[in-house]
Design a protein around this ligand. Structure first.
Ligand code: ADP
Length: 194
């Protein structure tokens, strides 16, 4: 299983990514988590990543590719992955497609989770009141949604044109979203026997 979760902040890619990885026995590669881990390092690169994340801006493509490629290559060799938050720009998608071609693997499916922005914002603010993440504050959340619409949104069309995108309504309880994803996957990829 090689699946990409494409979703605006607050849509639940982390939750769904973990569930899908457990279900299919593959690695869950969360770009934001990997980058947050790198940002902990007291190095120039770590400080640069931390600054982009705190502002809600995307980390530059080359830094992301350097951080993510080893994990993707390793997971591909181990049978697959659930990619959560990578690729997130058209240049990252091209680089990931080249890498996949070189490895002789390709994405099976892209799951696009969508929900109204006010629902997403409310979820992120609720999360902030429990386990606060520095970028879960109202103005940074607004900026992250704008960045998603402008920079990541074009990937919806990119993968639709390649015939591998399924869109799932994320404005439902987590279990219903998981059930919908699995139903769509079983239609699209019956050989995976979901
Ligand atoms: P969310 O989707 O809620 O914003 P993530 O943990 O996926 O949460 O991402 C948090 C931050 O990490 C982003 O705002 C961005 O700064 C950085 N990031 C994550 N994935 C990427 C990526 N593929 N390219 C560039 N930056 C990324």
């Amino acid at each position: 299983m090689k699946l990409l979760l494409l979703a605006p902040p607050g849509a639940g890619k982390g939750t769904q990514g973990e569930r899908l990885a457990a279900r299919y026995g593959v690695r869950h590669i969360a770009a934001g988590d990997l980058l947050r881990a790198e940002a902990q390092a007291d190095t120039p690169a770590g400080r640069e990543i931390a600054a982009y994340q705190a502002r809600g801006d995307l980390v530059p493509d080359q830094i992301v590719l350097d951080a993510l490629t080893p994990a993707v290559v390793e997971a591909a060799a181990g049978g697959g992955y659930i990619l959560d938050g990578f690729p997130r720009t058209l240049p990252q998608a091209s680089a990931a497609a080249e890498l996949a071609a070189r490895l002789g693997v390709a994405l099976d499916v892209v799951v696009y989770l969508y929900a109204p922005e006010d629902v997403l914002t409310r979820r992120l603010l609720d999360r902030a009141s429990q386990a606060g993440r520095a970028d879960d504050v109202a103005d940074v959340i607004r900026h992250r949604h704008r960045v998603f619409a402008e920079t990541t949104g074009p990937l919806v069309r990119y993968y639709t044109e390649r015939g591998i995108l399924v869109a799932v309504d994320a404005d439902q309880p987590p279990d219903s979203v998981t059930a919908d994803i699995q139903e769509r996957l079983s239609e699209l990829l019956p050989f995976l026997a979901c």
